[in-house]
Design a protein around this ligand. Structure first.
Ligand SMILES: [Zn+2]
Length: 502
């Protein structure tokens, strides 16, 4: 499955390289389709040293500090985190309208930080969009705080080193990081503020199977969810961005719940007189490292600047905002429908849903997926990134392969398709590698001491086969991934030879 995906990526890359080798079209400053040029040429601006989500602050400090050499940017250290890491403010532009963007106040929500690095590159480069950039920076002054919570980033966790959620500290202001954000807000008094987060990939755009790849919110400033002038402007900008994004991710934009949260920054900034906008990077099929979401963020944030500079958002209405489907938690990573499951000698018809979790290693820099059964029963109101109607198929717990192998190299000669067809889903190794190459294998690797049951129960990581009435195994479900056992898929079941991530 991954091999085919890799080929697809390669083809897409070749295609985009071919497109990029064409002479770029001149973009006039009034051209409404700037976003399509930004989307098309993204690779030209992408900061290629950041490849996946689990980078650290030490990876971005050189990228921020090199901006100091560029007269376009003003870079300041504006304070320190609990553990003494510097927090940076990057200023760009000379215009009257002021925009503030901060990212990664939750340490494990890195998509927007990656996009901010790309945006810095975009402004550093001199190209045929320079006139557009200059006009934008004549109109706007943009303040960026990339990575507000570097201590959380270090452990790839939401909270700061005091275990405080910075987005619940806007009023009490106990954490130095929240104090910095409040101080910068009060000094700058931005017209617009962008609060940049990641959300669970389980969110869909409405009650449907479309992932909420980007979700937006113009937060409330009171429990009544009143709409004043500032909030309305934020709603208009969101509506504009939604329309632009439909070009790239149709039906995959959602509206985050506007329940008032009196401790959060967005809600309070709205109260303090700034038009605040929350953006959440969600799921997109196969985009595990959120690199396409990063590209969409790059386009979205620059388009937000464009519409604020030109005030083109003013034609948007309240109806446009409320027409955006609500964020709903309806997606699982794998959903099997109508499976017959034997429990204590009796058959039951069950839907089975899996959720992917990340097991971390190498100081949180790497992970591999492990999956658990997250729900069982009538799941007809839910959807899956991967779905199968298993009508007529019975789940049979997988067996442990009788031979114990020394290490993963010894598996090279194992015919995985063949052993799956015999009902084996688990293999024991004397030496299990901490290596994310193996988490999507059709065989689950375990250490000798591990007890393997493969019971189909809630919160278990169960591996099983789906058996047809004639007794043949049609599918394998291993570590929450689905494998079709038809003979033609043999090529997908080889051992990976190279890492998929660092
Ligand atoms: Zn967050």
């Amino acid at each position: 499955m991954r091999n085919r995906f890799a080929i697809l990526c390669l083809l897409l890359f070749c295609f985009s390289s071919a497109v990029m080798s064409q002479p770029p079209a001149f973009i006039s400053p009034t051209n409404d389709a700037v976003h399509s040029t930004l989307h098309l040429r993204y690779q030209q601006y992408k900061e290629h040293s950041i490849k996946d989500r689990r980078f650290k602050q030490t990876d971005i400090i050189p990228l921020i500090e090199r901006l100091q050499k560029d007269p376009l940017f003003l870079v300041n250290r504006v304070g320190k985190s609990v553990e003494g890491r510097n927090i940076y403010l990057v200023k760009l532009g000379r215009g009257q309208k002021k925009v503030l963007m901060w990212s990664q106040m939750h340490g494990n929500e890195p998509t927007a930080t990656m996009a901010l690095m790309d945006i810095f590159n975009f402004f550093r480069q001199k190209d045929d969009l320079t006139q557009w950039k200059n006009e934008l920076l004549d109109s706007l002054t943009i303040y960026f705080i990339p990575m507000l919570n570097p201590d959380g980033v270090e452990r790839f966790e939401r909270r700061n080193a005091l275990d405080i959620d910075l987005n619940r500290d806007a009023v009490r202001l106990q954490s130095p990081e929240a104090q910095i954000l409040k101080r910068i807000h009060d000094q700058v008094q931005p017209d617009f503020a962008f609060n940049l987060h990641d959300q669970t990939t389980q969110y869909s755009a409405g009650r449907c199977s479309s992932a909420a790849t980007l979700s937006f919110l113009a937060p409330s400033f009171n429990y009544a969810k009143d709409i004043n002038k500032n909030r309305f402007k934020a709603m208009q900008v969101v509506s504009h961005l939604n329309k632009v994004l439909q070009t790239y991710i149709p039906r995959q934009v959602a509206r985050y719940s506007d329940d008032y949260e009196p401790r959060a920054f967005g809600d309070n900034m709205q109260k303090w007189g700034t038009s605040a906008i929350l953006i959440e990077a969600g799921g997109y099929a196969q985009d595990y490292e959120k690199q396409y979401n990063r590209q969409l963020h790059f386009v979205t944030l620059l388009q937000a600047c464009e519409t604020i500079a030109k005030m083109s958002y003013q034609t948007e209405t309240l109806e446009d905002y409320y027409r955006i489907p609500q964020n709903e938690k309806t997606l699982f990573h794998l959903l099997l429908r109508n499976v017959v499951v034997d429990k204590e000698g009796k058959d039951y018809l069950l839907d089975i849903a899996f959720k992917s979790y990340e097991a971390e290693y190498n100081q949180f820099r790497n992970f591999y997926f492990y999956n658990q059964i997250e729900d069982l029963g009538d799941l007809s109101v839910f959807h899956g990134y991967q779905e199968l109607d298993a009508n007529g198929l019975r789940a049979v717990p997988g067996l442990l392969y009788p031979h114990i192998f020394d290490n993963v190299d010894d598996l090279k000669y194992l015919d995985m398709l063949s052993i799956l067809k015999q009902g084996y889903t688990n293999v024991k190794l004397r030496e299990v590698p901490n290596d994310n190459r193996y988490h999507q294998l059709p065989i689950r690797l375990s250490s000798i001491s591990r007890n393997i049951t493969n019971k189909i129960e809630l919160h278990r990581s169960s591996n099983f086969l789906l058996q047809a009435e004639d007794g043949t195994y049609r599918y394998a479900v291993v570590n929450g991934f689905l494998f079709d056992l038809q003979e033609g898929n043999k090529g997908a079941y080889k051992m990976p030879s190279e890492g998929v991530s660092r």
